[in-house]
Write a protein that binds this ligand. Structure first.
Ligand SMILES: Nc1ncnc2c1ncn2[C@@H]1O[C@H](COP(=O)(O)OP(=O)(O)OP(=O)(O)O)[C@@H](O)[C@H]1O
Length: 207
């Protein structure tokens, strides 16, 4: 799978958030999108996952060398982001079952494995509403990592995680990100230091 941007820009009203992005993202590679708060990392990620159209330039997606229309891209992407909500009225088991009605599990993974890998066996019947912010973040990461998609997009992946949670995130990267197209939006080095490529939003701020 690949995503190719030619001269891509996005603006809101009259303000250009970024312009002139030229980059191809390919399977098996990892990319960090970097910049301070409010710089446009999440906006670029939304353009990359086709939930937001560019205001300038073109974006193209290919799957197994075939062109993929933007409207079908979401099927091939797993995303964990602060603006994505888990469903508070569900228990952990229900949330996992619901999510994996729409995405396939990675090979060798099922609901029991997800719960075990989360270390949440004693919370499987607990309502998500009563999860701590760190538990919710771990759940979002697990739902993304354990979905069988060629693209994995992570926006601020360790927000609300303690040091143990950060180590857990890094172990997921090692075990489950290999071979996928990985894109991490971040301004914290421990979240992206392993990425092969770095894009700085500040390089695309020309007026
Ligand atoms: N729908 C929208 N309408 C108008 N402005 C928007 C919209 N979405 C984002 N923006 C603006 O675009 C800019 C970039 O926002 P974005 O969320 O992409 O930044 P970010 O780098 O991801 O920030 P953070 O690190 O705080 O998450 C901000 O000025 C934001 O206010």
């Amino acid at each position: 799978m690949s995503i190719s941007l030619q001269g891509v820009g996005r603006r809101f009203n009259r303000e250009w958030i970024f312009r002139g992005v030229e980059q191809t993202f390919v399977s098996g590679e990892s990319y960090a999108i970097l910049g301070p708060n409010g710089s446009g990392k999440s906006t670029l990620l939304q353009v990359l996952n086709a939930s937001l159209a560019p205001s300038a330039g073109t974006i193209s997606f290919t799957l197994n060398d075939d062109k993929l229309e933007a409207e079908y891209v979401f099927k091939h992407i797993a995303l964990a982001a602060p603006y994505m909500e888990v469903i508070e009225e569900f228990t952990l088991s229900e949330m996992i079952d619901f999510h994996f009605k729409f995405k396939n599990y990675l090979s060798g993974i099922g609901r029991a494995e997800v719960i075990a890998l989360l270390g949440m066996e004693t919370s499987k019947d607990k309502l998500i509403r009563y999860f701590s912010s760190g538990m919710k973040q771990r759940l979002k990461l697990a739902l993304a990592f354990f979905a069988d998609t060629p693209i994995l997009m992570l926006d601020e992946p360790t927000s609300n995680l303690d040091n143990q949670g950060i180590d857990w995130y890094l172990s997921l990267i090692q075990r489950y990100a290999a071979g996928r197209l990985l894109i991490v939006c971040s301004n914290q080095e421990h979240e992206y230091s392993f990425c092969h490529h770095q894009l700085r939003i500040s390089d695309y701020k020309q007026s």
